[in-house]
Design a protein around this ligand. Structure first.
Ligand SMILES: Cc1cc2nc3c(=O)[nH]c(=O)nc-3n(C[C@H](O)[C@H](O)[C@H](O)COP(=O)(O)OP(=O)(O)OC[C@H]3O[C@@H](n4cnc5c(N)ncnc54)[C@H](O)[C@@H]3O)c2cc1C
Length: 394
């Protein structure tokens, strides 16, 4: 089948890889003019790691990934007041845990199909129509194309979801936090392989030292820290971050100075996507577009890869019966995804507590993760993926 995939992030290229392997003809359509590397740092483990292994990516993960040694929670003066060594994560997960910029993982996955799969960069789908013979997509830069299937893998604000299912507001569960991230060169201090995080009630600022003298910064804050609507454009994001973190203490002023020269700032709501069904005729959604679990789950990339792998596998198994494949796929996943979404919602208050006692309790609790038996039990409980990965012999 000819399969259009909107979005070349994590889910899209993973799906292209498995579809191509099973004899289909995928075409990736990516809004951005080129694949973006870098960006915020993600933790990568679980089912996503298993699929990366099946795609032959583990050696690259070893090279590109950071072996973060410690998560350090600090006070106004930068003194350690909580946190944990991450050795327990690797121990419990058998070494199958790493951290790397999201864009680097995306580039690694895309590298598996770059030479084999058509990619249309710098374009987006503006309209869709479908009938018994196929699905027609109108591209925003002009021209239309016909495919057998259209897969929406455009992330949290997927245009395909909007076109085939309805506006974002019908499916988006806003968890009440906002997130911003950017990177800067030459920032000091640097703490190699330590994730340093500073929290005030409802606000959290973190930094992580990366290769090539770059540092990644992450801000998370509750929506009640904002006086108006979500910002649009980099200048509005910068002024919002100044107003929320300007008086927060620790290194926040210095980080905000570094922010001034950043030309690529990520900003979004911390949201989940909740839908009753992910397909409509010949259109199917995967990844964040279908079932975003939010950054609070720490596993969105792995789940996006899982969905891509399962969808390709079900299509392979069902032959030309894509309706049957969609139906089976839609029965396979929801309970697992719903558990992940519930767990992320519960974790929100620990990630960026809203009160001073909450920040204190979080700091104390975090120390338990360094203790071998209690920590291992907590990690196992939180991180274990209770999902059997089928082998489709693709
Ligand atoms: C700050 C932060 C921290 C996170 N931490 C983690 C973590 O530790 N571990 C983890 O596993 N996950 C983490 N996540 C979640 C993870 O990044 C996502 O779940 C994952 O990237 C989803 O993959 P995706 O392919 O569905 O979407 P995306 O990765 O968002 O990719 C979507 C792609 O579609 C493209 N696109 C968008 N609109 C259009 C359009 N109109 N037309 C064509 N293309 C379009 C985009 O340019 C992009 O390339 C984090 C997220 C955030 C924001």
């Amino acid at each position: 089948m000819r399969v259009a995939i909107s979005g070349a992030g994590i889910a899209g290229p993973t799906l292209a890889y498995w579809l191509h392997r099973s004899g289909h003809e995928p075409t990736l359509i990516e809004r951005s003019p080129r694949l973006r590397t870098g960006g915020y740092v993600i933790d990568f483990w679980g089912v996503g790691y298993d699929i990366a292994e099946r795609m032959g990516l583990v050696d690259q993960l070893d090279v590109m990934g950071y072996d973060v040694g410690e998560v350090r929670l600090v006070d106004q003066r930068g003194r350690r007041i909580g946190g944990f060594a991450t050795a327990g994560f690797r121990r419990v997960l058998g070494g199958r845990f790493t951290s790397l910029p999201r864009g680097d993982l995306a580039a690694m996955i895309y590298g598996t199909v770059a030479d084999d799969v058509e990619t249309v960069f710098g374009d987006s789908i503006g309209a869709i129509s479908q009938d018994d013979s196929g699905v027609q997509v109108e591209l925003q830069n002009g021209g239309s194309r016909e495919f057998d299937l259209l897969i929406g893998a455009g992330g949290l604000h997927s245009p395909v979801r909007r076109l085939a299912f309805g506006p974002d507001s019908m499916f988006e569960r806003d968890l009440g936090y906002r997130v911003a991230a950017f990177e800067a060169r030459g920032y000091r201090p640097r703490d190699e392989l330590v994730y340093v995080s500073y929290g005030r009630p409802g606000r959290m600022a973190s930094r992580f030292a990366m290769h090539d003298d770059r540092t990644m910064f992450l801000f998370i804050f509750t929506v009640d820290q904002m006086n108006g609507p979500d910002p649009t454009g980099a200048d509005e994001v910068k002024s919002l971050l100044h107003s929320v973190f300007g008086d927060a203490g620790w290194e926040c002023r210095q980080i905000l100075t570094a922010l001034e020269s950043a030309d690529d700032i990520y900003f979004d709501r911390v949201s989940q996507i909740v839908m009753d069904r992910w397909s409509n005729g010949r259109v199917m959604l995967i990844g964040d577009a279908a079932a975003a679990v939010s950054l609070l789950a720490g596993e969105g990339t792995g789940l996006a890869m899982l969905e891509a792998y399962l969808l390709a596998g079900e299509l392979h198994r069902a032959g030309s019966d894509f309706h049957g494949a969609f139906g089976h796929y839609q029965r396979l996943l929801p309970p697992f995804i719903e558990r992940k979404q519930r767990s992320a919602q519960r974790f929100a208050s620990a990630f960026a507590p809203r009160t001073t006692p909450g920040v204190w309790a979080r700091n104390q609790m975090s120390r338990l993760l360094s203790q071998r038996y209690v920590g291992d039990w907590m990690i196992q409980r939180q991180l274990h993926d209770d999902f059997h990965l089928p082998d489709y012999a693709l």
